[in-house]
Design a protein around this ligand. Structure first.
Ligand code: NAP
Ligand code: ZN
Length: 349
């Protein structure tokens, strides 16, 4: 079926209205009428061809929520009318060590929600800036939040799971000091989730103006990372730092804040590399510098259920589809508290 979408025909062209084809339902497929889609900084990196290999037309969007419209004959997990989400993964090999462990995000054959090879037209996946999507039931998530919160649930499908997965892996909780660097879409969810898990949370921001807002999100302390004195007050004290910054920066200034056996995990994915860190800052306290990519399907469901139980959603600004190009410019300036979400009902306008 043909549906309305928003996408770009080249990296230096604005996004515009276009039509795309969604496949017919296979036995395990569900079709979702998309109600809302969050706007991740990865969408911008991809559609502007800042990362290698963007295929055009490119339709971004991997923070998808909506209602099941139809199901294939073998679908047992979902029924028409159910509230569901789709995040960054729409397929994987289903039988490797990673898939067996529920870590489909690390499967070598993972298929991302946009810009990954697929037999479907046009040969690469097209994301959630669209009216509908067809997905294997294995990669759909159940949403247990009240429907009134649906738009604000959308960012949990990427920003939420990308911070939840390392928080759980490195066992953030009571008695642990956790830093969250960069208070954007990912960072604001990192603060909320780390706080809800019981950790002592320190927000690192380049924007003094975000100080009060970061506290309201659940940060116990806020550090303006350009102020050496404020940074020095936290030397050798962190169990875990989650670094969401979308641009190259000095990692050493953060590594020295980690205590013995602590870790900094990079989730920000800038288009060009960070300056190399000083090896001695790793050796000296047996520190770990790590990375983490989104999360597997079971842990995404775990995160969604935790958020439903604790009343956690994203802080969003709802936009219509034709505001997306302006929203990208504002995201680059840090002018959003903290996630734009597209009202997909406006796609057909
Ligand atoms: P975002 O909303 O734009 O937030 C990024 C934050 O980083 C900004 O709000 C800003 O916070 C801080 N920052 C400091 N200097 C910056 C600079 N020069 N340019 C940009 N940001 C700067 O982005 P997001 O959606 O949270 O995504 C963050 C990064 O994570 C992106 O690179 C994205 O591609 C990546 N990502 C990775 C994964 C994964 O699986 N690992 C998943 C999703 C996204 P302050 O104002 O507080 O300093
Ligand atoms: Zn994302």
């Amino acid at each position: 079926m043909q549906v309305a979408a928003y996408g770009a025909h080249a990296g230096d062209k604005p996004l515009e209205s276009l039509r795309i084809t969604r496949r017919e339902l296979s036995a395990e497929d569900i079709r979702i009428d998309i109600a809302y889609c969050g706007v991740c900084h990865s969408d911008l990196h991809q559609v502007r061809a800042e990362w290698e290999g963007t295929q055009f037309p490119c339709v971004p969007g991997h923070e998808i929520v909506g209602r099941v419209a139809a199901v294939g004959p073998n679908v047992t997990n979902f029924a028409p009318g159910d509230l569901v989400g789709v995040g960054c993964i729409v397929d994987s090999c289903k039988h490797c060590e990673e898939c067996d462990a529920g870590l489909e995000n690390y499967c070598d054959d993972m298929v991302g929600t946009y810009n990954f090879p697929t037999p479907d037209a046009p040969g690469w996946t097209l994301g959630g800036y669209s009216q509908a999507i067809v997905v294997d039931q294995r990669y759909a998530l159940r949403i247990r939040h009240p429907e009134a919160q649906l738009a604000a649930v959308a960012p949990l499908l990427c920003a939420g799971i990308t911070t939840w997965s390392p928080l759980r892996h490195w066992k953030a909780g009571p008695g642990k000091k956790v830093g969250v660097v960069g208070i954007g879409g990912l960072g604001h969810m990192g603060i909320k989730l780390a706080h809800a898990l019981g950790a002592h949370v320190v927000a690192f921001t380049t924007s003094e103006s975000k100080r009060d807002a970061a506290k309201a999100l659940g940060a116990d302390e806020v550090v303006v990372s350009t102020d050496a004195k404020q940074m020095a007050a936290h030397l050798k004290s962190f169990d875990l730092i989650i670094n969401t910054v979308a641009a190259p920066h000095d990692l050493d200034a953060l590594l020295v804040l980690i205590k013995r056996d602590g870790a900094m995990t990079l989730v920000g994915a800038p288009a060009s590399p960070h300056p190399s860190p000083n090896v001695f800052n790793l050796i000296m306290k047996r520190r770990t510098l790590a990375g983490s990519m989104i999360g597997g399907i079971p842990e995404t469901q775990e995160m969604l259920d935790f958020c439903a139980e604790h009343g956690i959603v994203s802080d969003i600004e709802l936009i219509s589809a034709n505001q997306i190009n302006d929203a990208y410019e504002r995201m680059l300036k840090g002018d959003v508290k903290y996630r734009f979400v597209i009202d997909n009902a406006t796609l057909a306008d």
